[in-house]
Write a protein of this length. Sequence first.
Length: 275
Amino acid sequence: MPPSFSIIGSGHVARTLGRLWHGGQRVLLLDVLSRSKGNAQAACEFIGAGRALQDYAALQQADIYLIATPDDQIAACCKLLADSGRILGGTVVFHCSGALPASVLQPALACGALVASVHPVRSFALPEQVAASFAGTWCGMEGDAQALAVVTPLFEAMGAHCIAIDPDAKTVYHAAAVFASNYLVTVIDVALQAYGQAGVPPEVAMKLMEPLVRKTVDQVFEAGTAAALSGPIARGDVATVERQARALSEWNQGYGSLYDCLAQATLKLAGQRRR
């Protein structure tokens, strides 16, 4: 028999993982609990199994509990789960936050649970699409070795690539994804505004940037960051960098400061290239 499994939360992560594990017959899904009975029911319908609940006291005893709530609710939901008396020694409790360590599940630990954190590095905005394309997803994992021994095979069965991360650096780990995704978008938006300052219409600027951005990203993943670096800093053209910094600061002081910070980081990267 597969392990029994219940989910606290009814959002995109809960629905996607629930559907994948239930569909692959990796778990026996018992319950999906949410603050909204309607949301819990919608999650059960998407998954294809489970009882929709609002009350922790109604939970069945499960071997594994996933707390798939927003980060700021994980600790409180874990406390409610612990207070329900449904956690026994050896029960596995885990969450999927990229920003919080497994130790945030302290109430479950106090009940004898084994705890872990598994962070799939991808967007879950479209659960239907994610469920169809989850294979190949990288997952950062940390927590009790015994808990990881239970949950790692569940993720690997879906085609995930699991890697160990340092729980003491969890916040920095999560910031790495912000740099690689969110801030990349922000930097491109600043470039769009700078082109606009030079009189280039947004739709033209997007077409102008597209081959530059795509080629740069391709080169990064083909040859590494240092080898992909180009531009005035890579060429050692200090005068151009200083002139650009002054012009940007005159136009927008905040963007001038951003340019200065990026220039300092780029100087270090260029130094690696010249070794």
